[in-house]
Design a protein around this ligand. Structure first.
Ligand SMILES: [Cu+2]
Length: 432
């Protein structure tokens, strides 16, 4: 053990102060049993062999003793490259503009991302915030936010980053980054039997490659999902580990759902790690693309590793956090000249023609019809829309979810229209 500790001290580039050396060796011995249990698990996930049993505790202690300036420099460097990657993703997304809805918290419980990959041309900013109160009399409130910034790309992919500023994943590394890509090859909405997604990420705090496979299936009002997760270096302790999680969402109305989830590392250290759990009241904010989750959970950060366990200490009971998540989609077409009403019209013949309203967009948005034809606006979104003439000639009023509204056009001319709650939804009808 002494030789091992010395080797690790050398590796961590810190001085071999005898007291520190002693402390590290002692900590390692105490944790050896836990780590031996850990080390046997999931050997195929390991990117490199573990040094030997005891390595993780020793490394963990060594890491906390390491000079913070070293990790600060490397964190800055990695942060820079992460930001460049995000900028690239945003530019790529702008190439394929399309109106779209938010990532809906109505489609997932607090600690699972589900099979979400967003829509191409939409940048997502999700703000997850959790609060925890200390014991009386202080009742000090601590905050743990996780920000998600991601861009939906063509091919059912999403690329982005999560950033947690009060992470408890690795001691001495409070700012946790996870750079990730997601792919959703099979979806019920595209005719598949269920939803499948894969998620691959790099966790900067743990220096770990993290992956997730999720399957989900909707049965009417009930959405069930299950995830298997793998971490190459959980908690930066030179340990590969897997986790499993499952969750459900029950829709009460179009704008309200209840959600719950549970998850665990496959080999938990009972002194420090609880089962992860979460429960949420999931809300769609009417006439906006935003959704809000009011939640209670015991997890700390919203990354794959962070959402796989509930942090605890031997002295504390299970911790409980209250929080919320707010989802903000930025549809790039709104800023980059993506007016759907511009450009060539779609020629539609027949007495009745249909404009489908889906994902906050008309399809098609710009049509040419014969005089006397009737246009039917069919709303397939879960929120209401209006078809309102720009010059006040007509107004559909609210077209509720799954409803339609129609108008006959008896005079020739060009008629521009829009949706009142979503002014970026513009369209045009040319009557010949
Ligand atoms: Cu609308």
């Amino acid at each position: 053990m002494k030789n091992l500790a010395a080797a690790l001290l050398a590796r961590a580039s810190i001085s071999t102060d005898p007291k520190l050396h002693q402390a590290i060796s002692r900590g390692a011995a105490e944790r050896a049993e836990v780590d031996r249990k850990r080390t046997h698990s999931i050997a195929f996930l390991k990117p490199r062999p573990a040094v030997e049993a005891g390595s993780s505790a020793t490394l963990g202690s060594a890491r906390s003793a390491r000079e913070t300036s070293v990790s600060a420099v490397s964190a800055r460097r990695q942060t820079g490259s992460l930001l460049s990657a995000i900028a690239l993703a945003a530019v790529a997304a702008a190439v394929a503009p399309r109106e779209a809805a938010a990532q809906s918290v109505l489609d997932r419980p607090p600690n699972l991302t589900g099979t979400w990959v967003g829509d191409p041309g939409v940048v997502y900013f999700n703000f997850l915030h959790r609060f925890m109160s200390s014991d009386p009399p202080q009742r000090k409130v601590t905050n743990a936010p996780t920000f998600l910034l991601a861009a939906g790309l063509p091919g059912n992919t999403l690329f982005g980053v999560r950033y947690a500023t009060s992470s408890q994943l690795v001691a001495q590394v409070p700012n946790e980054w996870e750079l990730f890509g997601r792919f959703n090859p099979i979806a019920q909405s595209r005719g598949g039997p269920l939803d499948v997604s894969v998620h691959a990420g790099w966790n900067n705090a743990a220096s770990s490659f993290d992956g997730e496979l999720t399957v989900a299936r909707r049965f009417g009002r009930l959405l069930l999902m299950a995830s298997g997760r793998g971490f190459s270096n959980v908690f930066d302790q030179d340990d590969a580990l897997m986790a499993v999680a499952g969750g459900a969402v029950i829709s009460i109305t179009q704008s309200l759902a209840l959600a719950g989830d549970i998850g665990t590392l496959l080999d938990r250290d009972e002194d420090r790690e609880d089962l992860a759990w979460g429960a949420g009241l999931q809300l769609r904010i009417p006439t906006t693309p935003h959704t809000l989750s009011l939640q209670v959970t015991n997890t700390n950060s919203g990354t794959l590793q962070g959402s796989s366990y509930g942090p605890r200490t031997p002295a504390t009971k299970s911790l409980r956090r209250y929080g919320f998540e707010f989802t903000i989609p930025f549809t790039l077409a709104r800023w980059f000249g993506g007016s759907a009403a511009a450009g060539p019209a779609t020629r539609m013949s027949g007495d009745t023609v249909r404009i489908i309203i889906q994902n906050l967009a008309w399809s098609p948005a710009n049509i040419e019809i014969d005089r006397g034809a009737t246009v039917v606006w069919e709303n397939r979104d879960p929120v209401f829309h209006t078809a309102t003439s720009d010059d006040g000639r007509w107004d559909s009023g609210n077209i509720e979810a799954s409803r339609s509204w129609s108008r006959m056009f008896t005079e020739a001319g060009t008629f521009a229209f829009h949706c009142t709650p979503h002014p970026f939804m513009t369209g045009r009808i040319v009557v010949r």
